[in-house]
Design a protein. Structure first.
Length: 446
C-alpha cells in the first residue's frame, strides 16, 4: 500500500508519498506522520481502535529522506496530548490525600528559561521584571486553585540564571519581590536544582524570603560537601532555629524547621566558609494543598541537568528525589534543538532518560515539550527530531506526554495570536495558555 506523509505540527500538508512494508507504513500512521487515505484496502479505523496512544519513532530514515525536501522531519504525533489508562498512580494517590484532607501533594517543574518566565515581565530582554508572578508555575498553581483544589507557589528553587550570568534569573531586578539579598549574596559556580545555587563566601548578611500567607513548616535545600561552610536559619529576625553545617559527605540535603503558624520571613545567614543554598519550600501543614515548585534554569539542556559542571558531584539531578515530588513535569526540548548549539540526539535521549528515571524514584513523571521555536533559530527538522525522542521515551517509559508543538500549531501560529516574546520565548499570554492546557490535562488525574 501507499501512504501520504503529513507534517501536522507545523501546519503543513505534503503530497509526498511513501511505499514500504506494511509494518513500516503502519508505524508512520501510528506516529501521526502519515495517513492512508490513498489506499482503502487497509482498515485503519479498526487498526487504530486497538491502540492506546500514538507512538513516535526517530529512526525511520525512509521518512527523513522522503520529507527532507522542503517540508522537514514529520512531527512524531499529530496528537497534542497522549494519555494512558491507569496513568499517574502516585499523583492520583497524592490528590486523593489532599481531597480527603489528609496531607499535601507536590509538583516539581524541571525546565529551561521558559519555566523561569523569560519574556513574561516588562522591559527589554529578558523581560523579567514582575515575571515570576506571570510564569508557568505560578499560573499552573492558580489554575489548579480555580478548578477547586488549593495550590500554592510559596517556594523558590535555584537562581534560574544562565551559568555565568546573573541577568536572567532570580537576581534580575524585580523578578521576585519576595526575596531580598544582603551584600555578599550572589549566584555560585555550582549547579543545583534550578541552576546555579545561591552563594555567599564573604559576609554574614542574610538572604530573606518573605513567605506568602501562613506557614508553619519550612524546608531548606542545600548541598553538602567536604570543605563547605555553615549557615543559620531564623524567622522574622529572631533567634537562630537551626545551624546547617555543609561540610561533610557529599550529598543534597533537606533541613526542615517548624515554627508557630503565621506570616513569616525566613532569614538565612552565612556563618563561615563557602555557603550554597539551593532553595526553600514553605507551607502550612494544617491545610491540604498542592505545592507547585518551579525549577526553571535558563539556557539549560537535559544534559546540563544530569551533569554537575563543577567540582562537586551533587548536580541538579540529585535533588529531584530529595525534594520528593508526587509529579515531576520535565519540559526540556528548546535548547536541545538550537542551530547554534544543538545537542546530539543520542546524548539527549540518554540524558532525558536519566531525568525520567530519577523522577520516578519519588513520584510520577509527565513529559512536556517546550514551546515551538522560530525556524531561524532552530530548524523544523531539528525541533521535530528532539520532540520525537521525547515522544519515544514517553512511550517506552509508559508516561503521559503533552506536545506543545502539535497543540499550538507552531511558532508562527503563536506569533499571530500575540503570544510570542521572541524566537525562543513566549510572553505572559503564552505561559498562561500553556499552564491552562496542562491544568486541564491533569484534571482527569486529580
Amino acid at each position: 500500500m501507499t501512504v501520504r506523509l503529513l507534517v501536522p505540527a507545523y501546519g503543513k500538508q505534503t503530497n509526498a508519498l511513501y511505499t514500504g512494508t506494511q509494518a513500516a507504513e503502519r508505524a508512520l500512521i501510528d506516529a501521526g506522520q502519515a495517513d492512508n487515505q490513498l489506499d482503502a484496502s487497509f482498515d485503519y479505523p479498526a487498526y487504530l481502535a486497538g491502540k492506546s496512544m500514538a507512538v513516535g519513532t526517530l529512526t525511520q530514515t525512509s521518512v527523513d529522506a522522503a520529507v527532507a525536501s522542503g517540508v522537514g522531519f514529520a512531527d512524531p504525533t499529530a496528537r497534542a496530548v497522549v494519555a494512558r489508562i491507569g496513568a499517574l498512580p502516585k499523583w492520583r494517590r497524592a490528590m486523593a490525600r489532599v481531597r480527603a484532607g489528609k496531607g499535601r501533594g507536590r509538583i516539581l517543574i524541571v525546565g529551561d528559561s521558559t519555566k523561569v518566565g523569560v519574556g513574561a515581565g516588562s522591559g527589554g530582554f529578558p523581560a523579567l521584571t514582575g515575571a515570576r508572578a506571570r510564569s508557568f508555575g505560578v499560573r499552573l498553581a492558580e489554575g489548579i486553585s480555580q478548578a477547586g483544589l488549593l495550590a500554592v507557589h510559596t517556594n523558590f528553587m535555584g537562581t534560574g540564571t544562565t551559568k555565568g550570568s546573573g541577568g536572567n534569573g532570580v537576581f534580575a531586578t524585580g523578578y521576585d519581590p519576595r526575596l531580598t539579598f544582603g551584600a555578599g549574596w550572589t549566584y555560585g559556580t555550582a549547579d543545583g536544582v534550578g541552576g546555579p545555587m545561591f552563594f555567599n563566601g564573604t559576609t554574614t548578611n542574610s538572604m530573606d524570603f518573605a513567605i506568602p500567607g501562613q506557614s508553619d513548616t519550612i524546608e531548606i535545600y542545600s548541598p553538602r560537601n567536604s570543605g563547605l561552610g555553615a549557615f543559620t536559619a531564623a524567622v522574622d529576625g529572631g533567634a537562630v532555629l537551626q545551624t546547617v553545617v555543609q561540610d561533610g559527605v557529599d550529598g543534597f540535603i533537606k533541613t526542615t524547621i517548624t515554627v508557630t503558624r503565621g506570616a513569616h520571613t525566613l532569614n538565612l545567614s552565612r556563618v563561615s566558609g563557602l555557603v550554597f543554598i539551593t532553595g526553600v519550600i514553605a507551607f502550612d501543614s494544617t491545610v491540604p494543598a498542592v505545592d507547585v515548585v518551579s525549577a526553571g534554569w535558563s539556557s539549560s539542556t537535559a544534559g546540563l541537568w544530569v551533569f554537575a559542571s563543577s567540582a562537586f558531584t551533587f548536580g541538579a539531578i540529585r535533588g529531584q528525589s530529595v525534594i520528593g515530588p508526587d509529579l515531576t513535569i520535565i519540559a526540556l526540548t528548546i535548547n536541545e534543538a538550537l542551530t547554534a548549539s544543538a545537542t546530539p540526539i543520542a546524548t539527549y535521549r540518554t540524558s532525558l532518560q536519566a531525568l525520567i528515571t530519577q523522577a520516578k524514584l519519588s513520584g510520577d513523571c509527565l513529559l512536556m515539550t517546550g514551546m515551538p521555536s522560530d525556524f531561524s533559530l532552530a530548524t523544523a527538522d531539528a525541533q521535530a527530531q528532539v520532540v520525537a525522542v521525547m515522544a519515544e521515551l514517553a512511550a517506552s517509559n509508559d508516561l503521559l506526554f503533552i506536545n506543545n508543538h502539535a497543540r499550538t500549531g507552531g511558532w508562527a501560529a503563536l506569533n499571530a495570536l500575540g503570544e510570542i516574546f521572541d524566537g525562543l520565548h513566549g510572553n505572559d499570554l503564552y505561559y498562561a495558555d500553556e499552564a491552562n492546557a496542562t491544568r486541564a490535562f491533569l484534571m482527569d488525574y486529580m
